[in-house]
Design a protein around this ligand. Structure first.
Ligand SMILES: *[C@@H]1O[C@H](CO)[C@@H](O)[C@H](O)[C@H]1NC(C)=O
Ligand SMILES: *[C@@H]1O[C@H](CO)[C@@H](O)[C@H](O)[C@H]1NC(C)=O
Ligand SMILES: *[C@@H]1O[C@H](CO)[C@@H](O)[C@H](O)[C@H]1NC(C)=O
Ligand SMILES: *[C@@H]1O[C@H](CO)[C@@H](O)[C@H](O)[C@H]1NC(C)=O
Ligand SMILES: *[C@@H]1O[C@H](CO)[C@@H](O)[C@H](O)[C@H]1NC(C)=O
Ligand SMILES: [Ca+2]
Length: 527
């Protein structure tokens, strides 16, 4: 029994012990009161709470029914996949059922009948909740592991994706990356994304079935081979930039890029033995609750932290209403062993009566004014209680005073406005000719060119004359022979020396001149 417990403890290193209570009722010299600690939920089998999506459509086998073979015995092709028959179907949910009954159940793709077109499949797991991984991700492949695959993760519910690990039997060929092993990483490279060849080589389909994302090996870089020195890991998680986030995900995606080939080249005459089959995806982790909760429950289809320390939100990521006298902070693993709760404080409780609406952590007493005032107001606020917006910002009327979004930048157009301040509804003060809330438009009869200028010409009052055309309200493009702002002036009028009378006379003269010249040229040629 003890041995079993020890085994359990060994298997789920971060599951028990430290940081498992958020508060306790203690008696001190001043009488009994609550004491608060940093706390986090237990690690769980995350596959029980996941939603899965397999792409592209039609990649799951069985519609229409399909025959497949195995690498071990490629000519015994009796197995059949049939989506309409529960006994022969291989839907995605079979990657997440429990495998207790002995016989593996698995999702299976269509076979590589379209070779040489690549056989690609994406398996996307979504939790709609940030999860901190506490143990290896283990993907079990029946009938052989892919020769090329990739693991991606998202931290924002699938809006953006990042590579997590590359897998190939030849990393250089597949991804132009050198092959590396997690075991060889150091304290400074523990969150490096690498390509590994450990899980992609052919070793017989029954022997080596699993592909791992090694969380434990990365933890071991700090906590030692048996994860005995967890304190060191917690200290590192708290201090090393990006390390905590590296182990945090909201979604995972397996991009299957080339199936198992049985240790040889693709045999085109038997494409029925190439496909993907995944029997299990094990993801062990805990809800990320920012060290403000020790319980995480499945409610209305999603995991949610049961927030303590007067915090709220899916990840306990903000202070509860009326508990925003200082800005929200995540709890901390430090100092060891109980950490800091960094609890949210009721308005007015922390610093006498100096309310800062959660925009400042500090108050200071100004002697000669005899007032207590908030120091270094954040979120673009200012004032004794951080109750005003900084110059260049205006109050968001739909936000409470203690909201981080309470001040909105005026964003006045630098050229069109007189200065960068605006009124309570966000309107800037415009220079002559400019208009619009941000002064980035022009009034009628003005055009924009590094500011608003009065129109030179238009289609109504300031018409270009004598067949001139108005170019972007900025100038008239005049026909030959005319000039002036509106082409109102004939060049002849302007310069009488060059022309005497009508242009028709001038044309006649030039024709005669050309004729004379022509005769002259011919004369030279004859000589
Ligand atoms: C798999 O997902 C990636 C993005 O992560 C996308 O570019 C690719 O087209 C997807 N492949 C399939 C087969 O849906
Ligand atoms: C995701 O979780 C949030 C918060 O619990 C919930 O409001 C939302 O409906 C969930 N979205 C989906 C798609 O389940
Ligand atoms: C949270 O607020 C309640 C009052 O509603 C108070 O009793 C409790 O001590 C507060 N918890 C923390 C951690 O500050
Ligand atoms: C105003 O505040 C609300 C509530 O916090 C927020 O949803 C909205 O984005 C804010 N508006 C702007 C323009 O920041
Ligand atoms: C802000 O300025 C705009 C434009 O001048 C005006 O319509 C609006 O009423 C002003 N708002 C306030 C609160 O003064
Ligand atoms: Ca299964």
């Amino acid at each position: 029994m003890l041995y079993l417990l020890a085994l359990l403890l060994h298997r789920l290193p971060l599951a028990m012990g430290q940081y498992d209570i958020c508060k306790s009722w203690v008696t001190t010299d001043d009488g009994p009161s609550w004491e608060f600690y940093a706390c986090q939920p237990k690690a769980m089998r995350m596959k029980d709470y996941v939603t899965v999506r397999v792409d592209p459509a039609g990649i799951t086998c069985g519609d229409p029914p399909e025959r497949f073979c195995t690498h071990e015995n490629p000519y015994l092709c009796s197995d059949e996949c049939d989506a309409s028959n529960p006994d022969l179907a291989h839907p995605p949910k079979l990657m997440f059922d429990s495998e207790d009954e002995g016989l593996a159940t698995y999702w299976q793709s269509v076979t590589w009948r379209r070779y040489p077109e690549p056989l690609l499949a994406n398996i996307t797991l979504s939790w709609n909740k940030s999860i901190e991984l506490t143990d290896d991700i283990v993907i079990t492949f029946e009938y052989g592991r892919p020769t090329i695959m990739m693991l991606e993760k998202s931290l924002d519910n699938g809006r953006t994706w990042h590579p997590y690990q590359y897998y190939a039997d030849d990393c250089m060929e597949a991804f132009s990356m050198p092959a590396r092993r997690v075991r060889d990483l150091s304290t400074t490279s523990a969150n490096r994304v690498l390509c590994t060849e450990e899980y992609s080589r052919w070793a017989g389909s029954k022997k080596e079935k699993t592909v791992r994302f090694e969380v434990r090996d990365r933890f071991a870089i700090f906590a030692g081979p048996d994860l005995k020195n967890m304190d060191n890991l917690y200290t590192r998680l708290e201090s090393a930039k990006g390390l905590k986030d590296f182990f945090t995900v909201t979604d995972l995606r397996m991009r299957l890029l080339r199936p198992a080939l049985g240790g040889t080249y693709v045999q085109r005459e038997n494409l029925y033995k190439y496909f993907y089959a995944v029997s299990n995806i094990e993801v062990t982790g805990r809800c990320k609750c920012n060290l403000h909760a020790n319980l995480c429950t499945f409610k209305e289809g999603s995991l949610q932290c049961e927030c303590e320390h007067n915090t709220t939100g899916q990840d306990c990521g903000k202070c509860k209403k009326n508990f925003r006298s200082r800005s929200w902070r995540a709890g901390s693993y430090l100092p060891l062993p109980n950490g800091s709760p960094n609890a949210c404080a009721a308005a007015g409780s922390a610093f006498g009566n100096c309310e800062c609406y959660g925009h400042s952590n500090r108050c200071s007493y100004i002697d000669f004014l005899n007032v207590v005032t908030c120091v270094s107001c954040k979120h673009n606020t200012r004032g004794q209680h951080c109750q005003h917006c900084r110059l260049g910002f205006y109050r968001n009327s739909s936000a409470e005073l203690d909201d981080e979004n309470v001040c909105i930048e005026c964003n006045c157009n630098q050229i069109g406005s007189l200065h960068d301040r605006c009124n309570e509804t966000g309107y800037c003060e415009c220079k002559e000719g400019a208009t619009g809330p941000k002064c980035d438009d022009c009034l009628p009869n003005y055009y924009w060119r590094q500011g608003c200028f009065p129109n030179v010409c238009d289609d109504e009052l300031l018409l270009c004359q004598n067949g001139g055309t108005c170019y972007q309200n900025q100038r008239c493009i005049c026909p030959v022979g005319f000039k002036g702002v509106l082409c109102q002036q004939s060049r002849c009028e302007a310069d009488r020396k060059d022309c005497d009378g009508a242009s028709s006379t001038r044309a006649a003269i030039s024709t005669v001149l050309l004729g004379v010249l022509g005769l002259q040229l011919r004369g030279w040629a004859d000589l």
